[in-house]
Design a protein around this ligand. Sequence first.
Ligand SMILES: Cc1cc2nc3c(=O)[nH]c(=O)nc-3n(C[C@H](O)[C@H](O)[C@H](O)COP(=O)(O)OP(=O)(O)OC[C@H]3O[C@@H](n4cnc5c(N)ncnc54)[C@H](O)[C@@H]3O)c2cc1C
Length: 348
Amino acid sequence: LTSQKTVDYTVVGGGIAGTILACTLKKKEPLARVILIDDIRQNVSSQVAAGIFNPITGRLMSLTWKANELFQFLMPFYTDLERELDSQFVHPLPIFRILNSVSDQNDWTGQSTHPAYSRFLSEPEIVEMKGIFNPFGCLVIQNGGWLDVPKFLSAVKNSGLEIVSGTLPLSNRESLETGLKNLGIESHAVILCTGYRAAEDGLTGELGWSPVRGELLRIKHADLPADRILNKGCFILPYASGEWLLGATYDHNLTRQQTDKGKEQLLKKFSQIMDGTPEILEHRWGIRPATKDRRPFIGAIEEGIYLFNGFGSKGVSLVPFLAHHFADSLLSDKSWADPETSVFRFSG
Ligand SMILES: Cc1cc2nc3c(=O)[nH]c(=O)nc-3n(C[C@H](O)[C@H](O)[C@H](O)COP(=O)(O)OP(=O)(O)OC[C@H]3O[C@@H](n4cnc5c(N)ncnc54)[C@H](O)[C@@H]3O)c2cc1C
């Protein structure tokens, strides 16, 4: 007979969402009994992500949702953990957004002085970069960079978090309860942070998901810069000595493997930034847990069962700030009241 262990919070899923939430709960309330259940599969989004945090994103170069709050919170959060865990995983770097045309240049000369943007970027400038097509200049975005997500996750997980490996069956409440019992856990609250698989599980599948598959390449190339992230229809970030990451594709076809189409798309984008074909060292793929409106799902789905998921393509920037607030609401037994991230905003 398995002996039962009683805990306050069971966090399910050890990607960036579950790991940061479990660690935040423990930090805020060291006496809280927290367990993280994870089944560590291949191609988990957090393990393949490039880890970029960028306040100005997308084709339209919009200021990301909650940019001010997120970006004030993010660097102290990761650098405090670096100090505490005696590890290095966060790499602040300027992001050079390469402009496409004179009209881009004109738009951004005005836009960049707008108070909402001026904190994050300077006016367009012509920056000479060896070998890089850059006739219309760049916007230099500040406060960006990248997080080595796998390194970060293993440092946090090795810092004393209690982890149980296993899959919790999530077709309905009964299967979850039986699953917990089989793992020997009795828990007051369960928080599901299961990534894109939430879209396929009975308990959470109908909420309004729109998962997006992504591919990226780890490449070698002689002439790329090591002190900045380049961005023009794709990103190129300096990953390790002589190696860069080139990504990422966005595809609603959820084929469970890397594809030639994805590789070709990325190499085409690369050729719009510079000449030459890079050597491909690795081809990664994963599925982003995105929702229909690209906002997360946070809050209770049933009594004692919560969701903290739906971070789409921005887990690195969204999770620390939202975990901080969600942990406060869990610890104070208050319900999560933000309508923008309500779990039932599509399903009523
Ligand atoms: C190619 C690519 C590039 C990306 N680049 C970036 C980037 O530059 N910047 C950025 O911020 N984001 C990026 N992302 C998105 C980022 O990966 C996600 O936002 C983030 O990783 C989501 O984390 P998560 O913890 O919610 O989910 P996941 O990382 O999917 O983790 C979920 C975990 O739950 C576990 N699990 C699932 N079901 C169960 C169950 N029933 N029982 C037990 N365990 C379970 C899984 O095994 C997994 O470990 C990228 C994604 C892709 C695919």
